[in-house]
Design a protein around this ligand. Sequence first.
Ligand SMILES: [Zn+2]
Ligand SMILES: [Zn+2]
Length: 509
Amino acid sequence: MATRREIVDPEFPDMQDSEYCVVRIRRADLAQLEKHLFQRYPYREWGTFFRFGFRRTSWGIAICFVDGLWPQAGELDRQSDLTHFHEDYARRAFHAAANSEGLAVGVIHSHPVGCHVSPSELDDDMDSYFGQEVSSFSNGNPYCSLILERSDRGGLTFSGRVFDRGRWLPVHALISVGQQVDRWQSNLLPIDERIPEPYEESTTDRLQAIMGAPSKERLAKAVVGVIGCSGTGSPAIEVLARAGVGEFILLDPDKLSPSNLERVHGSEYRHLQFEQMPFKVALMRELILSINPNAKITALAGNLLHANAVDEVVRCDLILGCTDSVHGRVALDELSRHYLVPVIDVGVVMDGSSGQVTEQLVNVSWFCPGESCIFCRGAINTDHMNYELMSDAERSTKEQAAADAILRGDEVDQYWKGRPPQLHTVGYLTTMAGSLMAGYVEGILTGCFQMPHVEMQFDIGHPYFGFVESPLRVRNDCNCQQHLGWAGAATPFKNVSLPPHWSQRAVRL
Ligand SMILES: [Zn+2]
Ligand SMILES: [Zn+2]
């Protein structure tokens, strides 16, 4: 509902400024939404109710668009140039809010070209009313209201606010996810002040020459998560820091160990002599700041199964999966679908004996809502995952049971499938795999290029690199497409959760 106005409505409650919201949407959904909202363009607006998943975090609320509760004939007033929701449409939305399986309900409407995205007084009235009603019908779920405008000159602009537990929070960012990941900042936020470059030649001059001038700003405002900061994570971080990525969320539970020096970028001989060796995420922070002192960094010593780690990574543009654990990959795959955060996951496998290297395999996967999941791909050894999540006591009980079974002459497998093999990784291969992923991140964020396959494997010791790509379909018996963007409401459908014998929180360093 757009009318120009200069003075802020004194009736509308103040926004909280300590917390904010981020709205995520799949690219295909955004295209459908825009088609709907801008159907009466350029002079008239249009709107819809929608359902969303949400997660309350320490910084605010992550919101994921699930689907439109598209208006049916007569539910919006076609005579009016403004968006006017008829009572029966509002009732249908309130009903959906009440029967939502944990999803919440909000409103999106367009403003005509040139009318900007500041809420009008009518918008304030509408949001005050819907916010209260939706909240009471849904037993306290948040209500989200977005305004979109698109013009040839300014592209897509938006503003948004969320009513949650009696207060209003601003929406700072809208992120669309798919083969390209775009991020829009709310038009009501002040434009970031550019930090002037100290040198005549930009540090990313050559990158901009190939990826275009807008790539600089896109990478500077990107938030990239890196799960696992060792062999593959550390070179990826170094390359992305050099490319000018503005913000990093780093997660790894481990401290440096002497054998890491061979492959962890940013580690130095002097670190090995410290009384307490540093956490890998602390080393990564040093590495990033040595390249870009203005980068923002959140460093967490922990695991993706920690709820406070998930809180941070759900505001990323995308995530690099550089963990060598099975449960880490399962958690990343679920995160990509439930929270609409795309993931590039990499694995490296080496083998050999007697001075001969026989396997130098790199596996790169793209997890994105709408693509097949890790179980559809048959890429998960659940025995190994269970082993990772077991307590030491469970492991010795199972080992004992297996030993007893052998004495009885019984089948051992039902008790114990053995320890997963120790994976070998060496610096040249992990560095190559990590920097390759960083390249795909730059391509996906800038829209310059995409990953050619959702799952690919190659071995650098084989002719033609022994390249294998897997054409992947969602399996008929898999339910991985059912809870896309459900966020916190998808919790009952997760395949992996934090074992009770682990520490319960990631530690912020
Ligand atoms: Zn409006
Ligand atoms: Zn699946």
